[in-house]
Design a protein around this ligand. Structure first.
Ligand code: GUN
Ligand code: ZN
Length: 436
């Protein structure tokens, strides 16, 4: 066992209402197993672990790695595409970009860039869409395996209402999905999600096949989109006239459940909330995307029946890889709907809350002994403005709030995955300085 201590302010959550904060704390990591050994007050940790090799951080906050429950890796180059709402945005920007992933080199290069960008933003786990191409998911998992990140990804299943070269068939989508599950699900830290894009781009036969894959492969996830945009909801009603609601389409094909994560859910029927709650299905709230594509304002605090809500960037409909920026926009969505999103709740959601939504809270999300040691070191003085604002913060709540409103990748100084450093702002700066 090789122990290392990380010393500074330390914050994690034992549950939604139980923050565990040490103004002067130490996180003790076993770098061989890549797990958390202990976490507590600095003097107590120093007593307990005599001669511990310590790294100290000034003006910093050490927290569990951030988790993003909905993001598209092939959409890195779709970010910041002008002037459209969902269905035109897909046809004009997204589908043309995803066509390029037939080329494995494009997939490899983009997966590398994407994972570096996540780690630079302090995100260590994500639930990720590939494209329709099987190779896009192999490329993604290869890149993730190299970094030892815990990632969930899936090949998009899509057999209608998209360019021909971007469509699979019921048979090929089942064969490719099963082959990817067999290769990757549970290999190291990699996990698989069955990924029908949304009801518009799958035939009833393909949705039924997705439901069968989910039933046949216990432990795999299901990810899709649901009720994001009014025109989308109307089109689904046309395509599935017998269905009671958009959610009901997925329900009929056996796609609801504890490991099913539905992005957006802005326009659900009242009964849908009850059905989602009853089935244990989860929502991904994607505020930067919902604002940027003009989809609508998500109901975080005024749902007819409480459904477990996680938070996500939805890059490239979303405009930032930063979960801090995502919570900044989530705060504003709540403001417009008449509620206040507290910083403590936001940081809980980005860590343990999202881990719970992904049924991964036995492995990640906080610093309980034995958890995988994925963590981020925030630089509270990451910009001149942050430094100035932080200097007048009176307590941890104010510190967290200004971090989530003003922070982005500049507020992340180091990121660790399974106890190993995978990102350092300082080293990146010196690398850049060396290049000039
Ligand atoms: N609905 C179907 N596909 C997509 C996608 O790629 N992004 C978003 N935001 N919504 C979708
Ligand atoms: Zn999406």
């Amino acid at each position: 066992m090789t122990l290392k201590g990380y010393h500074g302010r330390v914050l994690h959550y034992l549950d939604e209402n139980t923050p565990c904060y040490f103004d002067d704390g130490i996180l003790v990591v076993d770098t061989e197993s890549g797990t958390v050994q202990a976490c507590g007050k600095a003097d107590e940790m120093l007593q307990q672990f005599k001669g511990l090799d310590i790294t100290s951080y000034q003006n910093s906050l050490i927290m569990p790695g951030l988790i993003d429950t909905h993001i598209h890796y092939p959409q890195v180059d779709v970010i910041a595409s002008y002037g459209t709402q969902l269905l035109d945005w897909l046809n004009n920007y997204t589908f043309p970009t995803e066509l390029a992933f037939a080329n494995p080199e494009v997939a490899e290069e983009t997966a590398e860039f994407f994972l570096n960008e996540l780690l630079k933003n302090g995100t260590t786990t994500a639930l990720v869409f590939g494209t329709v191409h099987k190779g896009s998911v192999d490329a993604f998992f290869n890149a993730s395996e190299k970094r030892n990140t815990r990632m969930i990804c899936g090949k998009v299943m899509m057999d209608r209402n998209a360019p021909e070269d971007l469509c699979d068939t019921v048979e090929s989508s089942v064969a490719d999905t099963q082959a990817l599950i067999d290769s990757w699900h549970g290999k190291g830290r990699q996990l698989y999600a069955i990924t029908p894009r949304f009801a518009i781009t799958s035939t009833p036969e393909q949705l039924a096949a997705a439901g069968k894959l989910l039933a046949d492969n216990p432990g795999v996830y299901m990810q899709t989109h649901l009720a994001e945009n009014k025109d989308e909801v109307a089109f689904v009603q046309e395509l599935f006239p017998q269905s009671k609601s958009y959610l009901d389409v997925y329900d009929q094909y056996g796609l609801l459940g504890e490991r099913s994560i539905f992005a957006h859910c802005i326009y659900l029927e009242d009964d849908d909330y009850r059905r989602m709650n009853e089935s244990g299905s989860k929502i991904s709230f994607c505020p930067t995307s919902n604002l940027f594509i003009g989809s609508g304002l998500f109901k975080l605090d005024d749902q007819p029946a409480a459904v477990e809500v996680s938070v996500a960037t939805d890059v490239g409909g979303g405009t930032s890889f930063s979960m801090l920026q995502t919570m900044n926009e989530a705060y504003k969505v709540c403001q417009l709907r008449g509620s206040n999103l507290s910083a403590q709740r936001a940081f809980y959601m980005m860590t343990l809350g999202n881990a719970k939504a992904l049924s991964l809270d036995d492995k990640i999300g906080n610093f309980e002994a034995g958890k995988e040691a994925d963590f981020v070191v925030f630089d509270l003085a990451g910009t001149d403005l942050m430094k100035r604002r932080q200097s007048i913060c009176k307590d941890i709540d104010e510190t967290l709030f200004s971090l989530m409103i003003l922070g982005d990748d500049r507020a992340v100084s180091e990121t660790f995955v399974a106890g190993q450093q995978v990102w350092s702002k300082q080293q990146d700066k010196s690398k850049l300085a060396g290049a000039h």
